[in-house]
Ligand binder design. Structure first.
Ligand code: ADP
Length: 166
């Protein structure tokens, strides 16, 4: 049987413990998970794509080759086709995520009928964690220890030297 590969797409600006949890749990369902960093034109990024990729690689290691990190541009479904993936993996937190995620998954299926989106419910510890709230907190000097992996904490400290890391 061929390998079941899922693409976990996102902006990852930066990757948080919420994302990591979804990616790792995805390995319980799929043989491989490809973390695909895309640029969301609706969001203004703090980190460059290179910085994001470097951080994600550090955060998902070691994975026995089951998690890889890549960059994609353009339509997600074109990327999914290109690498021979069978699924898109996304996380859900609150009801407000649901409406957008449903639209996205239906649009992706319209564009490419052979791909399905699989959702994993967030762990309760990451329910309130988003890249946006992480950035808002550190830019005001607060600590996000325990909400992002250590490599991300150090990288945030480079951008916001005054932030609390306790
Ligand atoms: P996007 O710009 O595509 O929304 P994000 O990097 O914000 O990208 O999120 C990528 C995916 O990870 C989305 O499915 C999002 O719902 C999910 N996600 C983000 N934060 C969490 C979290 N704390 N718990 C579970 N899933 C999450």
């Amino acid at each position: 049987m061929s390998e079941r590969i899922a693409v976990c797409p996102g902006s990852f600006d930066p990757i948080t413990n919420g994302h990591i949890d979804i990616i790792r749990r995805g390995l319980g369902v799929f043989d491989k998970v490809v973390v695909a960093v895309g640029h969301n034109a609706l969001k203004q990024d703090l980190f460059t794509t290179e910085e994001k990729v470097e951080m994600i690689k550090e955060c998902v290691a070691p994975s026995n080759g089951r998690i890889s990190v890549d960059v994609f541009e353009g339509l997600l479904v074109d990327y999914v086709k290109k690498i021979g993936a069978c699924a898109i993996l996304r996380g859900l937190r609150v009801v407000s995520d649901f409406e957008w995620e449903m639209q996205l998954s239906l649009m992706n299926r319209k564009l490419y009928g052979e791909v399905d989106t699989y959702f994993l419910m967030t762990d309760f510890r990451n329910l309130f964690v988003s890249s946006t709230i992480i950035k808002a907190t550190v830019s005001a000097g607060g600590s996000v220890r325990g909400l992002v992996p250590d490599p991300v904490l150090y990288k945030l400290k480079e951008k916001f030297p005054f932030m609390n890391t306790d």
